[in-house]
Design a protein around this ligand. Structure first.
Ligand code: ADP
Ligand code: ZN
Length: 439
């Protein structure tokens, strides 16, 4: 079988060549960066010169950039060129604080669109597809980011925007949508609307590919989405600071996400010591942009936890893969001395067939003790069924979570659809222990 690539010359580039390209681009990036007020100061203090870079490993000598740096230099401190050259800005949804803003010139937007097109292509999207982009347009990068990528690929785009499930379903059926992008937590809810309408997406739509991302989710979540809709679902990773979507994407093998190393220099570091970890070990993902002019970022600490998958992918692409993001370092919470990632709990819940699509973890102090309350949506017919079966399900979930995270939760089963549904990304944890709400 002849393999198909979107940009063969780059996607299967020999790693030695890829490294050479990275060095060239790193030099150019440092050149641009040095013209921004922020990096200019840093480079002078540390005597950093683009021409001295002869090897990608020298990246270890450069300082990190953090979200805090972006906030402190808001809004224009990282800009490398006059505003006249800039054509767009995006800012993050600010899930964990003030928004951070990223600026693009024409080159940057074109490069980004190309990366998204390449990403969609490896997930099997073609110019013959009808692609519905179910996500917010505007400052959020998932809207316009995918839009320009879909157009570059040449598929027929439906810029549907977020929410309004009945309208989403109508668009899918009217125009014969074959591929779509959405956040995974939304797709469970959308399916409930299909069901309420007496429709089965497997029979009543032509969907074949979903691109899911923008929030942590488990393989169980993906498999559920694939079964509900009769599609293949591919993991899509990106963040505003690195453009947005199109940073790393799953190929047909669905085994980790190829991170586009011609555009992003990847490191995985120990979040405490900031030393590099060996390939295969988990740590914090740190990325340097290699093809951005208006606002390059050097050694940006994403706070996302993942690892490099050490072996080569069967698809032949030489760009390495990162594993599913287990969460942000700041998603992790500590309860009764145990470190817990919400995804550990999701992994347990979504393996259970009676469990619906949503759950919520609340940390609270009761009688002086910290408690972890896990509310779990249960499918309607089950919830209204035999009380003894519900009790035994509660016991089973409690035991499984305790075995995984070593803390006994208080599990409360609730009816599907009853937990709060945020407009955007799912909120999985509420921490009321200090009287405050996390996120
Ligand atoms: P905000 O930081 O306000 O949420 P972004 O839209 O920039 O705004 O979010 C990027 C973040 O979303 C990433 O840093 C990561 O934590 C999360 N994310 C994006 N894609 C994925 C994915 N496929 N899997 C897990 N987490 C993801
Ligand atoms: Zn691959």
């Amino acid at each position: 079988m002849k393999r198909e690539y979107w940009q063969e010359e780059l996607e299967v580039l020999h790693r030695n060549e890829l490294k050479k390209l990275q060095v060239e681009r790193l030099q150019a990036t440092l050149g641009h960066a040095g013209r921004s007020p922020f990096y200019n100061k840093v480079f002078q203090q540390k005597n950093i010169k683009a021409d001295n870079i002869k090897d990608v490993e020298q990246i270890w000598d450069l300082p990190f950039t953090t979200k805090q740096d972006l906030r402190e230099n808001f809004p224009y401190g990282f800009l490398t060129m006059p505003k006249k050259e800039i054509v767009r800005l995006h800012s993050s949804s600010g899930t964990t604080g003030n928004p951070t803003v990223v600026f693009h010139n024409r080159h940057d937007l074109d490069s980004w669109a190309n990366l998204v097109a390449r990403s969609l292509f490896i997930a099997g999207v073609r110019d013959t597809d009808v692609f519905q982009n179910i996500c917010g347009y505007g400052l959020f990068t998932g809207g316009l980011g995918f839009q320009y990528g879909i157009e570059k690929l040449g598929a027929l785009s439906i810029p549907a925007g977020a929410g309004n499930s009945l309208r989403q379903i109508k668009l899918m059926r009217d125009y014969g949508t074959t591929a779509a992008h959405a956040i995974p937590s939304y797709l469970g809810r959308l399916y409930e609307v299909f069901e309420a309408e007496g429709l089965d997406p497997k029979k009543d739509t032509q969907l074949r590919i979903f691109v899911i991302g923008a929030e942590p989710h488990t393989d169980e979540q993906r498999r559920r989405i694939e079964e509900m809709y009769g599609v293949k679902a591919y993991n899509s990773f990106g963040l505003t600071e690195m453009n947005g979507p199109g940073v790393a994407f799953e190929c047909e093998y669905q085994d980790g996400m190829h991170i586009w190393e011609d555009a992003y220099l990847v490191e995985i570091v120990n979040p405490d010591t900031l030393e590099p970890v060996p390939d295969g070990d988990y740590g914090e993902l740190v990325i340097t942009t290699l093809d951005r002019q208006a606002m390059p970022l050097i050694r940006y600490r994403t706070r996302d936890i993942t690892r490099i998958i050490p072996d080569r992918c069967k698809c032949g692409r030489t760009h390495r893969r990162i594993d599913r993001i287990t969460g942000r370092s700041d998603d992790m919470f500590i309860i009764k001395g145990c470190n817990v990632f919400p995804m550990q709990i999701e992994g347990i819940l979504l393996k259970i067939p009676e469990v619906g699509s949503d759950y919520m973890i609340t940390l609270e102090t009761m009688n002086g003790n910290d408690e972890m309350v896990v509310e779990v949506e249960v499918k309607k017919d089950w919830f209204r069924g035999d009380i003894r079966r519900l009790e035994s399900l509660t016991r089973s979930i409690t035991a499984q979570i305790r075995d995984e995270v070593l803390v006994k939760p208080a599990v409360k089963l609730v009816e599907a659809g009853s937990l709060p549904k945020p407009e955007g990304k799912a909120v999985r944890v509420i921490d009321l222990r200090n009287g405050g709400i996390k996120n």
